[in-house]
Design a protein around this ligand. Structure first.
Ligand code: KG4
Ligand code: ZN
Length: 336
């Protein structure tokens, strides 16, 4: 089965064609980051309008480049939520309409299911069952995964998502959006051991997270440093970035170890934008090795939002017989 996938839930226009026999045939991504950067965050209306401009020309281009005919497409998948409702509706309306025009089935995909299955696109994919840590701009969740659609929530953030905390700390440090990669880059210049930030909720049982207190801790530390006679230096900022990153990573590592213990599973996958973080990958790699377990993640371009993960997830759903009616449906909020 060959499926066209569309991702338009936020500020990236992602399209891809996945074939169940041949794998990923092609994908394209357009990021709106530059357009939103000067506002310090994503402006929903601008995002929707830009998706309208980009989606159809990108699909045409990809099909022409890869010599893929419309007649060879067996289904269309689009992100149906969660996300910015206007942006989602662009992908849902176009995806549903293309499926109608091509007389093939359509399926609306959950954005986080797309992230969760992205490591399946790699050469050595994980086998079910596994524990998944989903860490994106909007979600921080630990999920036990038994198979496609068989997800049990083990724990989640009670306030900010990990990526959101990265983005907010970036803003405090005067770095532009999206903050995760920029905080990580600045942390490279930091000196370890100068600050020790709290590891939120690690002393409590359970698998939930909270990152909002850590963010406040960063704000207070920066304010104290800035109040000194010589103010906040570049080295201070780098040291704070490193202490923050270490606190987030160690918290995630502790909770992942606990999730593996709790479920008895031997495979951990990480997905979502923050799973591109090198320090997180290294911390988790060391932890799984000590437990004789294995860590899986997608290549960096499939950690953040992309069309390939939606084409893949949609293909699995369509092969399982799932179909959308003719209505164009999208949901800003949608539990997985
Ligand atoms: O999955 P994603 O592209 O979009 C959502 O579904 O939210 O995740 C974006 C988030 C942003 O918060 C961004 O700052 C964070 O992922 N991120 C990172 C890194 N790359 C992206 N956070 C930490 N380190 C990174 N290298
Ligand atoms: Zn995402």
């Amino acid at each position: 089965m060959r499926v066209l996938g569309l991702e338009t839930s936020c500020d990236e226009t992602g399209i891809a064609i996945y074939d169940s026999e041949q794998g990923l045939l092609g994908d394209a991504l357009y990021s709106q980051i530059e357009m939103h950067a000067r506002y310090g965050g994503v402006i929903p209306e601008l995002a929707s309008r830009d998706h309208v401009r980009k989606t159809l020309p990108m699909i045409r281009q990809l099909m022409a480049d890869k010599n893929i005919s419309a007649a060879s497409i067996d289904g269309v998948a689009y992100t149906a939520g969660p996300g910015l409702i206007g942006a989602l509706l662009v992908g849902a309306a176009l995806g549903r309409s293309l499926a109608l025009a091509w007389n093939v089935p359509a399926v609306g995909v959950h954005h986080m299911e797309g992230h969760l299955l992205a490591p399946m696109l790699e050469e050595h994919p994980p086998q079910f069952p596994f524990v998944a840590l989903l860490v994106s701009g909007g979600h921080t969740q630990l999920v036990a995964v038994n198979g496609i659609g068989e997800y049990t929530l083990l724990g989640e953030s009670l306030d900010d998502a990990a990526g959101e905390a990265f983005d907010k700390v970036a803003k405090m440090l005067g770095l532009s959006y999206p903050g995760g990669p920029r905080v990580a880059a600045l942390a490279q210049q930091g000196q370890s051991g100068r600050f020790e930030f709290p590891r939120p909720m690690v002393n409590r049982p359970g698998l939930d997270f909270s990152f909002s207190g850590l963010k406040t801790y960063v704000r207070n530390t920066l304010a104290e440093l800035a109040a000194r006679p010589d103010g906040l230096t570049e080295q201070d900022k780098a040291d704070v970035a490193l202490a923050f990153e270490e606190a987030v990573v160690q918290t995630l590592v502790i909770k992942c170890r606990r999730a593996l213990e709790h479920t008895g599973l031997k495979s951990l996958i990480i997905a979502g934008g923050v799973s591109a973080n090198t320090r997180l990958r290294e911390g988790l790699q060391a932890m799984v090795e000590s437990r004789r377990a294995r860590l899986f993640y997608a290549q960096p371009r499939f950690c953040t939002d992309n069309g390939a993960m939606i084409a893949y997830a949609g293909c699995q759903r369509l092969m399982a017989g799932q179909r959308e009616g003719l209505a164009i449906r999208a949901r800003a909020r949608w539990p997985m």
